[in-house]
Design a protein around this ligand. Structure first.
Ligand SMILES: Cc1cc2nc3c(=O)[nH]c(=O)nc-3n(C[C@H](O)[C@H](O)[C@H](O)COP(=O)(O)OP(=O)(O)OC[C@H]3O[C@@H](n4cnc5c(N)ncnc54)[C@H](O)[C@@H]3O)c2cc1C
Length: 481
C-alpha cells in the first residue's frame, strides 16, 4: 500500500495509548496510522538495556500490541534506516514520536530528523515523558539548577503547571505492513527460560491497565501516609510505579494530576505533596542528564576523581550482589532486587551506601548491577541516584553520612517483616537480634536453627572499621581539592 497521508507513530519510552501526545496528534491529524516499535541496540553503546528491562519490555510490547489490535509493527536495528525504508515502502510523509532524553537517543533522533528533512518527510516530536522540559527550567542566569529544592520550588512550581492528560484516541485505525517481526523475534527474554524469568514477573501486571490499577491502589491505600510510610520497606505506602513510568505505560502527568486531585481531601495534603515532589526528583534527574550528558560515567564533583576506590574485591562485590553480606537489611534488599526486579527506595540508599562506603567500591559497579537487575533501570534516575549516594553528585548526600545497616534495619524494619520475607534463614531469630545475628547468644542461634558462617554469613566487613576507613579515604580527596 502506498499512502502519503499515513502517519508513522514511533513508540519508544511511551508504551501506552492514554495521554500519548504523539499518538493523540497523529490520530487527530489522520485517520490511519502505522504504529511502530524498533529495538535499537545499535546506537545505545554501553547503555543498551539490561536483562530485567528486556523482560519487562517483552511483556509491555505484547500488551501494547494487543491494545492496538495486533497492529504494532516491530523491528530491530538502526531506526534511521528502518524508518526511512518504512516511509519509502508505504509512502508515509510524516513520522511522530515522543521525546527521549538520554544522550545517545538525543544524538540519534537529531540525525533522524535531519535525514527525514532530506527526504521531504516531516519528523515531529512531542513531550510525553516529562512534566517540564529540561531546557525550560533554568536559573535566572540561564544555567541549569544543580540543587533539587530551588530547581523544584523556584523552577518547576513557579513555571507553567504540567498539562492535563490527553484522552485515549477513539477507534484507532492502524495499517501494518507484512514484513514486521513478532515480539518473540526481538529475543528479549533470556535464552534459558525458567525460574528467574517466571518468578521475577509474578508480582507485576505488566500492562497499561496494570499501571493504572497500581496508581489507583496506591492513591487509595498508600498516598495518605506516604510521607512517613515511604521509608518502611514492608509497608505498602510507595506506588511501585517506577517501571511503568520508565517504559511510559503511564505518564507522569496522569500520576501528578491524580495525586493533586487527592491533595484537597482531608488528611491527604502532605502525602500528595511529598509524592508529587518525588515525581519532581525524577524530573530533576532528567534535567541533570540532559544538561550533563556524562552523568552516567563522570563524577559531577571532580574531587572524587582521585577517590581511592578499591579495585580488586570481586568476592565482596559478589557477596553484595547475591545478598550474602551478613547484614540482614542489605541482604534482604539485594534479594528483593533479584527476585522482583524492584527495590524499595530506602533500601536502595542502604545498599548503595554499603557498597560505596563500607566496601569502598566505585559507584559504577553498583549502577551496573542495578542497570541489569531493575525493571525500572533508568539512565537518568540510576545515574543521578548513584552519584547522590556516593556523594559525588550535584545535590549529593555528604560523603561522611554513612548509613549504619544495623540501625537502619532496626529503625525502618522494626519487626523484621521485610528481612524475614527475603532472608528466610533468619525467620526464627528474635527481633532483638534480627538485624545483628552475630550478637545473638549461641543458644538463641541454636533455637533459631542458625549456624553463622554456614546457614547465614558472618558480616563481610566490620561496620566501625569500614566507617573509619571510608572517612579516611574521603579526607584524602579533600586534600586534593
Ligand atoms: C542507588 C539508587 C538507584 C536508583 N535507580 C533508579 C532507577 O534506575 N530508576 C528509577 O526509576 N529510580 C531509581 N532510583 C530512585 C528511587 O529509588 C525509585 O524511583 C523508587 O524507589 C521507585 O519506587 P516507587 O515507584 O515505588 O517510588 P515512589 O516513592 O512511589 O515514587 C513515585 C515516583 O517518583 C520517582 N522517584 C521517587 N523517588 C525518586 C528518586 N529518589 N529519584 C528520582 N525519582 C524518584 C519515580 O519515578 C517513582 O516511580 C534509585 C535510587 C537509588 C538510591
Amino acid at each position: 500500500m502506498i499512502d502519503p497521508s499515513l502517519i508513522i507513530v514511533w513508540f519508544r519510552q511511551d508504551l501506552r495509548l492514554a495521554d500519548n501526545p504523539a499518538l493523540h496528534s497523529a490520530c487527530s491529524d489522520q485517520k490511519t496510522i502505522l504504529p511502530v516499535y524498533i529495538l535499537d541496540d545499535e546506537n545505545a553503546g554501553a547503555h543498551g538495556m539490561g536483562g530485567a528491562s528486556r523482560v519487562w519490555l517483552h511483556h509491555a510490547l505484547e500488551d501494547l500490541n494487543k491494545n492496538l489490535g495486533g497492529k504494532l509493527w516491530l523491528a530491530k536495528g538502526d531506526p534511521k534506516k528502518i524508518i526511512l525504508d518504512l516511509a519509502k515502502q508505504t509512502g508515509a510523509r510524516r513520522v511522530y514520536w515522543n521525546r527521549c532524553y538520554e544522550y545517545w537517543r538525543i544524538r540519534r533522533d537529531r540525525k533522524i530528523k535531519e535525514e527525514l528533512v532530506d527526504y521531504n518527510i516531516e519528523g515531529r516530536s512531542f513531550n510525553g515523558s516529562l512534566l517540564w522540559e529540561p531546557w525550560n527550567i533554568k536559573k535566572f542566569d540561564g544555567t541549569p539548577y544543580k540543587v533539587f529544592t530551588p530547581y523544584y520550588r523556584k523552577g518547576c512550581l513557579s513555571s507553567d503547571p504540567p498539562r492535563t492528560p490527553l484522552p485515549t484516541p477513539k477507534n484507532i485505525e492502524c495499517y501494518k505492513p507484512k514484513n514486521g517481526l513478532s515480539v518473540f523475534d526481538l529475543d528479549l527474554l533470556p535464552k534459558r527460560q525458567g525460574y528467574w524469568t517466571e518468578r521475577i514477573v509474578k508480582p507485576w501486571d505488566i500492562s497499561e491497565k496494570g499501571a493504572h490499577k497500581r496508581l489507583k491502589v496506591f492513591l487509595e491505600e498508600g498516598l495518605q501516609d506516604y510521607k512517613d510510610g515511604r521509608n518502611f520497606p514492608a509497608k505498602e505506602n510507595v506506588s511501585r510505579l517506577s517501571p511503568y513510568l520508565h517504559f511510559g505505560q503511564i505518564s507522569p502527568h496522569t500520576a501528578w494530576h491524580e495525586a493533586q486531585a487527592r491533595a484537597a481531601a482531608p488528611g491527604y495534603e502532605h502525602g500528595a505533596d511529598c509524592f508529587m515532589s518525588e515525581l519532581g526528583w525524577r524530573e530533576f534527574s532528567y534535567s541533570m542528564l540532559y544538561h550533563f550528558p556524562s552523568l552516567p560515567w563522570e563524577n559531577l564533583q571532580p574531587r572524587f576523581n582521585s577517590f581511592p576506590w578499591v579495585s580488586q574485591q570481586s568476592k565482596k562485590l559478589e557477596a553484595w550482589k547475591r545478598g550474602q553480606t551478613g547484614y540482614p537489611i542489605v541482604d534482604a534488599a539485594m534479594r528483593e532486587l533479584w527476585q522482583t526486579g524492584y527495590m524499595h527506595n530506602r533500601c536502595r540508599m542502604i545498599v548503595g551506601s554499603f557498597l560505596v562506603k563500607h566496601l569502598l567500591t566505585h559507584w559504577h559497579r553498583g549502577a551496573e548491577w542495578f542497570w541489569d537487575c531493575l525493571f525500572d533501570a533508568d539512565l537518568a534516575n540510576n545515574s543521578a541516584s548513584w552519584q547522590w549516594i556516593a556523594g559525588c553528585g550535584a545535590d549529593a548526600a555528604p560523603y561522611f553520612r554513612i548509613f549504619n545497616p544495623v540501625t537502619q534495619g532496626e529503625k525502618f524494619d522494626p519487626d523484621g517483616e521485610y528481612v524475614r520475607t527475603y532472608v528466610p534463614e533468619l525467620q526464627n531469630l528474635p527481633d532483638k537480634y534480627l538485624h545483628k545475628p552475630w550478637e545473638a547468644p549461641q543458644d538463641v542461634l541454636d533455637q533459631a536453627d542458625i549456624t553463622l558462617g554456614q546457614t547465614y554469613p558472618n558480616p563481610i566487613v566490620d561496620h566501625k572499621a569500614a566507617r573509619d576507613k571510608a572517612l579516611k579515604a574521603f579526607e584524602q580527596t579533600k586534600k586534593t581539592d
